[in-house]
Design a binder for this molecule. Structure first.
Ligand code: SF4
Length: 338
């Protein structure tokens, strides 16, 4: 961190979990500059404003998913031309993790397109977690719905984070997914927490939801019994062949507002710019960093959709004076009860 940018107190920002509908909608309705000023001030008080955490994501089992998430090319229900692939061998996962580490990632996330893992598959994923952890990387997996004993097995293997998104507001959720309920998702988050694993939980915007839905989505995340340590905010990547293949593009300023409100509601969480970055120009990404985004997916591929090349990210960081966060385990994450 450059001299003079160290916040006076990194533990001082209060975390509220009683946000009302009206309060969150009022934040979204603020003049853009007022909203960004407020979000950035909070961000600066809590984090190094010029540091961004890098995660790399690998799809360890691709496609043929029985679920019907309307945005997802991995659903077996939609014809997107995606080639399904079985669970990767351990050696291949290890190779990818070594490469991610060499490229500066501190966290390695592994995603499998399952409704819920079978116990025999879970053992294989636990072996991957052990291997990746032994390289000195933080580990994260996203495997679908998880039972309590499965969460405990992953925790024992050394899992740091479990990703399970709420996707959108409770009210809009039924428009996007019919094969599992919002309550199912909350149950998995509870099982993950009970096992002592940190939570990565966010969603997708630009799926045709209203401004009120975006507010309610973020309010639900912020009012969870414990706020997620990591909050990925994805912009829809409209994949032809999925029900959302023709979705209208979200106003980029509305995306920045979503990041800013996430930062205000969850001041100690890492807010991650996730899917959709490929289609964002550098100026929009810079605005998102100013609004409070401080984590990105970094690497060649983001599950089955594109992610900006490492080189483009390096250049952008250099132009903005941003550096990769070096520490693997953040004291802030520990401070917020992880
Ligand atoms: S988002 Fe996950 S659960 Fe939904 S269809 Fe895609 S892989 Fe399956």
């Amino acid at each position: 961190m450059a001299e003079g940018t160290q916040p006076a107190s990194r533990q001082g920002t209060a975390v509220r979990q009683d946000w009302s509908r009206e309060e969150v909608q009022a934040l979204f309705a603020l003049p853009f500059n007022d909203l960004l000023f407020r979000a950035h001030s909070l961000h600066r008080a809590q984090f190094d404003p010029n540091a961004v955490q890098l995660s790399t994501l690998l799809s360890i089992k691709t496609g043929a998913c029985p679920e019907d998430c309307a945005y997802c090319p991995q659903s077996a229900r939609f014809d997107t031309g995606l080639k399904a692939e079985p669970l990767l061998p351990l050696a291949e996962v290890k190779r990818a993790a070594e490469e991610a580490k060499a490229n500066g990632a501190t966290r390695f996330c592994m995603g499998a397109a399952w409704r819920a893992p079978k116990d025999r598959d879970l053992e294989k994923v636990a072996a991957m977690v052990r291997e990746v952890k032994s390289l000195g990387l933080e580990t994260c997996v996203t495997l679908g719905m998880l039972q309590p004993h499965q969460a405990h097995n992953l925790a024992e293997a050394g899992l740091d984070y479990y990703n399970h998104n709420l996707d959108t507001s409770p009210e809009y959720y039924g428009e996007i997914i019919s094969t599992r309920t919002y309550e199912d998702r909350l149950d998995t988050l509870e099982n993950v927490r009970a096992a002592g694993v940190k939570v990565c939980c966010g969603g997708i915007v630009g799926m045709g939801e209203s401004n009120v839905d975006r507010a309610e989505f973020l309010r639900t995340l912020a009012n969870l019994p414990q706020q997620p340590e990591s909050v990925p905010i994805n912009e829809l990547v409209a994949v032809p062949g999925t029900p959302l293949g023709d979705a209208a593009k979200l106003d980029p300023f509305e995306f920045v507002r979503t990041i800013a409100v996430a930062r205000i509601l969850m001041p100690r969480s890492y807010v991650r710019l996730s899917a959709g970055r490929t289609e964002m120009n550098d100026e929009l990404q810079a605005l998102c960093f100013f609004a409070g985004a401080n984590s990105i997916f970094y690497g060649e591929r983001l599950l089955t959709t594109g992610n900006p090349q490492n080189e483009r990210d390096r250049k952008l960081f250099s132009r903005l004076g941003i550096h990769a966060e070096a520490r693997v385990t953040s004291e802030l994450e520990v401070a917020c009860g992880a």
